[in-house]
Ligand binder design. Structure first.
Ligand code: PNS
Length: 161
């Protein structure tokens, strides 16, 4: 629609953000007029990195893109999306193993907010193995995570084994 601002949300736990997340955020920023990278706060789970650190690291990495804003949210993603006047969610897909979870969440979100569409971007093949859980494990065991996460994240990681 001419004159309509296409705004999308790229939500995730980003705990911690990886090069795979940054790649999806950069590509999504190229597809929409405005992209909100939204860090979900899950009060049930003790985070690996505090939410403020995840937001700060993402801001360092993608906040300088002219149409990207980084923030955090609590509660239902679709409520956050409605509050932002946004009807598009972007998610990354790495492999078939991601599909089942993404399918469930997408269908639940659709029932809750039929006007909100979820679109998927395939991860670049060099990141198709990469997950925050892998980074947490390698870091916990003292391994080098520089192939997996940017310096803005590395600086914020502890090394408790
Ligand atoms: O990177 P992740 O961990 O797959 O991100 C998950 C996230 C934050 C997008 C998801 O857990 C979420 O949307 N949480 C908010 C609660 C919610 O709306 N859940 C969807 C209905 S099941």
């Amino acid at each position: 629609m001419p004159g309509t601002m296409r705004r999308a949300i790229y939500p995730g736990s980003f705990d911690p953000p990886t090069f795979g997340h940054l790649d999806i955020a950069e590509r999504a920023a190229g597809l929409f007029d405005e992209l909100i990278v939204a860090v979900g706060e899950n009060s049930d789970k003790a985070p690996f990195l505090p939410v403020e650190d995840r937001v700060a690291a993402l801001e360092e990495c993608v906040g300088s893109l002219r149409n990207v804003r980084v923030t955090s949210f609590r509660g239902l993603l679709v409520d956050f999306a409605r509050g932002q006047g946004c009807h598009v969610l972007v998610r990354g897909l790495r492999a078939v193993s991601d599909f089942e979870y993404e399918f469930r969440v997408t269908m639940a979100n659709r029932r809750l907010a039929p006007e909100v569409e979820t679109v998927f971007l395939f991860a670049r093949d060099e990141y198709s193995f990469l997950a925050s859980s892998v980074v947490r494990e390698v870091n916990r065991l003292g391994g080098d995570v520089s192939e997996f996460v940017p310096e803005a994240v590395r600086r914020r990681l502890g090394h408790s084994v």
